[in-house]
Design a protein around this ligand. Structure first.
Ligand SMILES: Cc1cc2nc3c(=O)[nH]c(=O)nc-3n(C[C@H](O)[C@H](O)[C@H](O)COP(=O)(O)OP(=O)(O)OC[C@H]3O[C@@H](n4cnc5c(N)ncnc54)[C@H](O)[C@@H]3O)c2cc1C
Length: 646
């Protein structure tokens, strides 16, 4: 069964020579630590049943997703991240890898499972204590208790500290009264709410003894087992969406709904029977951010899902470009494959290189997440991990939108047909840039965290000395404005260029803020005025993370004279990734004297050359994504094939 939109059939075999590049070996490199698990899932899901459906209507799609959820409970992969005491494996890293594999298929199913086991189950696990785990985790895991993660309100999404829903403690009844005080406090866009959810983790302002203790999470039943809406709860469907039609997003309103004292997920704060509030974390601000920090797995999962969807789009587009021919070559008279047109290579080959870069950066973060879960990260490493997850989530989801549009255009009209999967992939991943943290707001978080670390470095220690030396070097380079002699093909220099740009932008931002505050500006206003600068810093941080992760992966495979063909290919993909990023941001590197005009021309020449050199391996490079035919082929909800060559 072909996985591409229908192109004119061709007899020619793929131009890849398997003796030169082993795509299985490449797949193992991309799969990383969880290769075995990924292979297991490929085998388990390569069944007709998991073939993404072309759903004709929302209701049918939601019903299919509901059934698919039940089927997922019969696989061992959904429980990996839960504690062993409840049948899980305590492997949060493996659970993210399993989620990434699911995201090669139907993204409504992926998101629905993410809401149930990642957000709802994850919140109960991370914010609750033993009593909540014992009472709810088994039925969350087997999906007999479908649930929601109700944080966002109509009036407040990115500003979680501004939420308005209240949970006022009544000591006489030992209950919390959960209430929506105004329309803008309705919980909005909530996954699993419109159709299936029976319980919600509701984020509300906790009030005890008349004092507002800030936002906390409580478990609130919203429907009974028969699906009847709970008293005092009003549920509304959000209506048709731009994508993810198989997910039932809803709006929740609470009218003085009473829940018992144990409904508070009390890992970070406890309320005694008499209403006395206590917390192991004294600072309300730190408590709030610790609570959010405990939920970063969801953000990393979305980043992984975006990378998977990007790979599916590239798989489709590269295969199409390999098969389809347009315009004759005057020297041979033969029609030319799309991928042999240099501008088509320019569209797709750097995009494949970016997909590799994001895969390696994601894998490094998944490792760190597991390390944090195992208690192997100290406080500053945990903070750095949160920063890097925010950065890569924003980068990966923006990259998904950009690349899927490119893939759609690369397939011409065929890419506009639903049977190519590309329209649905674009529509479904679109919102990834908004949920689990709006990307622009996440970039501000990244910049603020980098500034905090920078300020801590400037306050003393070895790190401070290093930072200062780099900062001085950066300023001298700026003033002299003599382009540094650069061998753009030297991997160490490539990474250094991206690192130096990040340090330069960070240093400039810190100086800008310091100057504004010294001149009497309010620090928050000064930071707000520097938002453009923060966005540049966030993006520079993403590029550096990607380049470092890619370089480390290439080095772990061997490089130079001893490298085999796979490592050599990977090194060239890394070069293309970094050089195409430098080319895109060349204005910055020229303006700041980091590269000269000759370097700029060399970068473009090398990007052209690498696109041409890698073109014969384009199919092997996407083969290594390991996308089972079942994930790319489409059937209708009634089971028929849609526009695919058999
Ligand atoms: C399909 C879907 C499913 C969802 N599922 C859930 C769910 O299950 N549970 C849940 O709790 N939520 C869910 N959400 C909500 C989602 O998390 C929020 O939409 C998201 O956090 C953004 O909030 P907002 O919509 O209020 O946008 P806003 O925060 O209002 O942002 C709107 C725009 O303003 C910009 N902006 C905002 N603040 C700033 C600032 N300080 N500086 C500069 N620019 C700024 C943003 O960049 C953005 O461009 C879902 C949303 C959708 C669409």
């Amino acid at each position: 069964m072909s996985r591409t939109p229908t192109a004119a059939p061709v007899d020619d075999p793929c131009v890849d020579d398997p003796s030169v590049v082993d795509s299985e070996q490449l797949k193992r490199v991309l799969d990383g630590r969880h290769h075995g698990l990924r292979e297991e899932i490929r085998a388990a899901h390569d069944a007709d049943w998991f073939t993404p459906r072309l759903h004709v209507d929302e209701q049918a799609h939601q019903a299919w997703v509901g059934e698919a959820m039940q089927r997922l409970t019969r696989t061992p992969h959904q429980v990996l991240g839960f504690p062993t005491a409840y049948g899980g494996a305590d492997q949060v890293g493996a659970s993210v890898a399993a989620f990434e594999m699911l995201a090669l298929g139907d993204l409504s199913l992926t998101v629905k499972s993410g809401v149930q086991w990642g957000l709802f189950g994850g919140a109960v696990q991370a914010l609750g204590t033993q009593v909540h785990h014992d009472r709810y985790l088994p039925s969350i895991i087997d999906f007999s208790l479908p649930g929601c993660f109700a944080m966002t309100e109509t009036g407040h999404g990115s500003d979680v500290q501004g939420l308005r829903t209240t949970a006022v403690y009544d000591p006489a009844a030992e209950e919390f009264v959960v209430h929506t005080p105004e329309d803008s406090a309705c919980k909005d866009y909530i996954g699993n709410a419109a159709r299936d959810g029976r319980m919600a983790v509701v984020f509300a302002r906790l009030v005890t003894h008349g004092e507002d203790r800030g936002v906390h999470a409580l478990l609130v039943p919203i429907r009974d087992e028969a699906g009847v809406t709970a008293a005092g709860v009003d549920i509304e469907d959000c209506g048709p969406k731009a994508g993810l039609a198989g997910v039932d997003n809803g709006r929740l309103r609470f009218d003085h709904v009473r829940v018992p004292r144990e409904a508070l997920l009390d890992r970070y704060a406890h309320v005694a029977a008499d209403g006395t509030y206590s917390s192991p974390i004294a600072s309300a601000n730190r408590r709030f951010f610790s609570m959010l920090g405990a939920l970063v797995r969801g953000r990393l999962s979305i980043s992984g899902a975006a990378i998977s969807a990007t790979k599916v789009g590239l798989d489709v587009a590269v295969r199409y470009g390999q098969e389809r021919r347009q315009f004759s070559d005057p020297s041979t008279g033969e029609e030319v494959r799309l991928l042999d047109h240099p501008s088509h290579q320019r569209k797709l080959v750097p995009a494949v290189a970016r997909a590799y870069a994001f895969t390696f950066a994601q894998a490094a973060l998944v490792e760190e997440l597991q390390a944090g879960h195992d208690g192997r990260l100290d406080q500053s490493a945990s903070r750095r991990l949160e920063t890097d997850i925010a950065a890569v989530k924003a980068g990966a989801t923006w990259n998904a939108s950009r690349t899927l549009q490119t893939a759609r255009e690369a397939c011409g009209g065929a890419g506009y047909l639903a049977s190519s999967r590309l329209p649905e992939l674009r529509a479904d991943t679109d919102v990834f840039t908004t949920f689990e943290g709006d990307n622009t707001v996440l970039m501000q978080l990244v910049a603020k965290n980098l500034l905090t670390a920078y300020a801590a470095g400037a306050a003393g220690g070895l790190g401070a000395a290093r930072t200062l030396v780099r900062s001085l070097a950066s300023r001298v380079a700026d003033r002299v404005r003599v382009p540094w002699p650069t061998d753009v093909l030297d991997p160490a220099r490539q990474v250094a260029l991206l690192r130096e740009r990040e340090e330069h932008v960070l240093d400039g931002l810190a100086r800008r803020l310091r100057a504004a505050v010294s001149a009497g500006a309010d620090p928050t206003a000064a930071a707000s005025a520097a938002q453009d600068h923060m966005q540049v810093l966030g993006r520079a941080h993403v590029d550096r993370l990607l380049a470092v992760a890619f370089d480390e992966r290439v080095r772990s495979c061997g490089e130079g004279a001893d490298a085999g063909p796979t490592a050599d290919l990977l090194a060239r993909v890394r070069d293309l990734f970094v050089l195409s990023r430098l080319e895109e941001d060349m204005a910055w590197f020229l303006a700041h004297g980091r590269l000269g005009r000759a370097d700029a021309r060399a970068v473009t020449r090398h990007v052209d050359r690498l696109c041409a050199e890698l073109r014969p391996h384009a199919v092997a490079l996407v083969d290594a994504f390991g996308i089972a035919p079942a994930w790319s082929a489409r059937t209708t909800t009634t089971g028929g094939q849609q526009g695919l060559a058999a």
